[in-house]
Design a protein around this ligand. Structure first.
Ligand SMILES: [Zn+2]
Length: 461
């Protein structure tokens, strides 16, 4: 990857910096590229470090990723027609295009590059037509394959995993998911999402769902800690033109802190290692039919101890898709994209996300978030609130995943409601009788699930 391409990737990602996954730091970018935004994807800084060179083609995988086993895709032979494959790849997964030498679609087959050096390809054979299509194998169950349910238990038997985003507690400052206005209670996203999950779990169980939380408190799921990544952090920095990286951040407001071993090893811990560990739990232990990733959004708040509050408030939902051309260059991301496409998770995610979007819009009264550019996201579905985007969690969890991003935490309205905490019934907040923000969030997601599964699965009464 050339310096020029890194720079353009940086600009692309930085044009839309208002998302939750933006790190709330101001920084100057120096001679080489450092990316503060969208670190939940592979940040370009880490990205460029692992990007293949002639010397390390065998390591052409993203941060903490592993070499894909392409043979597992054999089970998808003849499970999809040419037209269906084309629709999903162009309208959902590769909306920004892809290099012609990575994926080649012909009438009967698709060839997907396994390894550029050896020029090996995986060949997918299409079903001749819909009637000749073999069943799609997956461990999760689509709504229509669930056994019939009684009208008052539309979620009976459904296995749902709730993934409250981030860690919270003592980790919130490290995650840069923390701000405090004067002497008010600090706002820590990981604690807010956990609160929503604790309210949402019993709501879903009332309707018959089997629900588990991916974390039981503010502690990480990964057993690793930042110190475990110091060597990798050092290597990444050296590869990116910092020959003698500093160990520690001396001044937390110094934008050059991203060039320290501490900062890099921390993000490897709380973002990459943590989400990969959660994915292992989802994929190898919990085997849910659906994962709900719970987040709160934010607009850039500047100094966490003197944060900017804004009148802007909105929400949106994300499903996996919209891979960037440079992300598809990674062997593991290209493989995971194809596996996800073939699993047809999208066929379940999209109508479910659209349904949840409508109940959330009704309950919260929030407008749809509009990304300032379409460089990393693609609007999908009918509701106007749902985007496709390649986030680590939506890519790695091998089942339908809905990633919720309601409320701007540092909006004047949400801030007051967060400070009011959780309560029963309604209270007068900013002149309006409202539920607690946590209950409103949980209730509106639960309503969306009830609406969707009531219609999508067979009735048993
Ligand atoms: Zn978040």
């Amino acid at each position: 990857m050339t310096r020029l391409r890194q720079a353009s990737a940086w600009r692309k990602k930085n044009e839309s910096t208002t998302n939750d996954e933006t790190r709330k730091v101001k920084f100057r970018h120096s001679a080489f590229v450092i990316v503060s935004s969208f670190v939940i994807r592979t940040s370009s800084f880490l990205f460029s470090a692992i990007f293949p060179t002639a010397l390390q083609a065998e390591e052409n995988v993203s941060v903490l990723g592993s070499k894909p086993k392409w043979s597992v895709l054999e089970k998808y032979q003849e499970t999809i027609t040419h037209d269906e494959f084309n629709r999903l790849i162009h309208d959902v997964y590769c909306t920004h295009g892809f290099a012609p030498d990575l994926i080649e679609v012909s009438a009967k087959t698709a060839h997907v590059l396994i390894d550029r050096d050896s020029q090996k390809f995986f060949t997918l054979r299409f079903a001749v037509n819909n009637a000749g299509r073999k069943p799609v194998p997956h461990l999760w169950r689509p709504a229509k394959s669930l056994s019939p349910a009684r009208a008052d238990k539309p979620l009976v038997g459904l296995k749902v995993v709730l993934d409250p985003g981030h860690l919270g507690g003592k980790w919130a400052k490290m995650e840069e998911r923390w701000f405090q206005v004067d002497k008010s209670r600090p706002v820590q996203e990981g604690d807010l999402t956990f609160r929503v999950a604790r309210l949402l779990a019993p709501r879903l169980r009332e309707f018959g769902a089997k629900v588990s939380l991916i974390r039981s408190g503010g502690e990480p799921v990964t057993a690793k800690r930042p110190d475990d990544f110091r060597e990798l952090a050092r290597k990444i920095l050296i590869k990116n033109g910092v020959p003698l990286p500093r160990e520690d951040v001396l001044d937390p407001n110094d934008p050059a802190k991203e060039q320290t071993i501490r900062w890099q090893s921390e993000i490897l811990f709380y973002r990459y290692s943590e989400i990969r560990r959660r994915a292992a739990l989802v994929n190898f232990k919990l085997h849910p039919d659906l994962v709900l990733c719970l987040h709160f959004n934010a607009e850039g708040w500047g100094e966490p101890t003197h944060p900017t509050l804004t009148d802007t408030n909105h929400f949106h939902l994300l499903v996996n898709g919209s891979y960037l051309a440079e992300e598809l260059e990674f062997d593991d991301q290209r493989f995971e994209m194809i596996r996800r496409l073939l699993s047809r998770a999208y066929d379940e995610e999209l109508p479910l996300a659209d349904t949840i979007a409508l109940t959330m819009a009704r309950e919260t009264g929030l407008p749809a978030y509009e990304y300032p550019t379409t460089n990393s996201t693609t609007k999908v579905g009918m509701s106007g609130y749902v985007y496709a985007r390649n986030l680590l969690a939506t890519r790695l969890y091998r089942c339908p995943v809905i990633y919720c991003e309601p409320y701007v935490m540092n909006s004047n309205d949400a801030f007051v409601r967060i400070q009011a905490g959780d309560y029963e019934g309604t209270r007068l907040i900013n002149g309006v009788e409202r539920k607690s923000i946590f209950r409103e969030y949980a209730d509106s997601v639960a309503e969306g699930l009830v609406d969707y599964y009531s219609k999508a699965r067979a009735r048993g009464d």
